[in-house]
Design a protein around this ligand. Sequence first.
Ligand code: ZN
Length: 145
Amino acid sequence: MELQINAIENGTVIDHIDSEKTLEIMNLLELNKEQGTIMVAFNLESKKQGKKGIIKIDGRILKDEEIEKISILAPMASINIIKNYKVVEKKMVEIPDIINDVIKCHNQKCVTNFEKVPTKFYKEGKKYRCAYCETSIKKNNIILK
Ligand SMILES: [Zn+2]
């Protein structure tokens, strides 16, 4: 079944979100404070992913640093910029090899969890490794700061 979600005039469409990350991305973008129309769907059937989510934000073009955080949370997400109901740009953000102050370390004893130290993670294949305590975090288990 194809679910129709209304098109937006100008703004951003985030598609192919890992379904369970949809609400996290809404929080990340603080969509509760947004004035324009927002359409959200998740648990949509996807041949590629099983279940996926979509977020459409009318009247807002995402910044590159916001797109970078989305890519870290949901690596398969695609971001389309819409103008006059047409996709004018597909944003692909390459996740950097060193990620500063975005990911939270899972190790409770890590210095970044009890002192005001920015976190630093190295990308290593499908994992990220904390520069301070060497804890490795799988891509699907990431928590943003
Ligand atoms: Zn750590």
